[in-house]
Design a binder for this molecule. Sequence first.
Ligand SMILES: O=P(O)(O)OC[C@H]1O[C@H](OP(=O)(O)OP(=O)(O)O)[C@H](O)[C@@H]1O
Ligand code: HPA
Length: 175
Amino acid sequence: MEHKIEPLIEADTLLARVKELGDEISTYYAGSEHVILVGLLRGSVIFLADLARAIEQPVTLDFMTVSSYGSGMSTTKDVKVLKDLDEDIEGADVLLVEDIVDSGHTLSKVLAMLALRNPRSLKVCTLLDKPSGREVDVNIKWAGFEVPDTFVVGYGIDYSQRYRNLPYLGKVIPL
Ligand SMILES: O=P(O)(O)OC[C@H]1O[C@H](OP(=O)(O)OP(=O)(O)O)[C@H](O)[C@@H]1O
Ligand code: HPA
């Protein structure tokens, strides 16, 4: 599809908000023995890399690959696990780090799956929340920004695997 990208959130604004989230998360988990940041590949990688460095206490990192969007702009609702976590999360404080919560299908499936493994706690931090897209309810503890009903890209987030390395957040405008 022919399209162009228009800026939505500047790089500096993203980084300042990530720093704030890091401070809040550090306070919340003060005293925890084991915090695991679980990133959903591939979209969360850039956000997680910045967020992890904004958190004060030691954390471990683990990753999972699930996919629902294929190469298009609409969810299939069929969330497949393509790569599971490497570590056992039993007894740990798990923070699931997402780039965007749109329909909520990805997150709700992943949360249900991880809850069965008996973590001590299981919370969600997403950079972006798109409430207009929501089809299933999900409990989000920290959200960086609310975004409007538009397809967004950049800072890890793709359209057909493109634009992940934009340092800012943009929106896809069909031409
Ligand atoms: O709330 P939802 O409607 O389920 O959408 C959110 C999910 O969609 C995207 O993943 P995608 O399947 O495109 O994989 P990616 O992380 O590799 O970009 C995004 O990274 C979220 O994980
Ligand atoms: O707005 C979006 N952009 C990119 N990927 C997505 N996955 C769900 N919503 C989006």
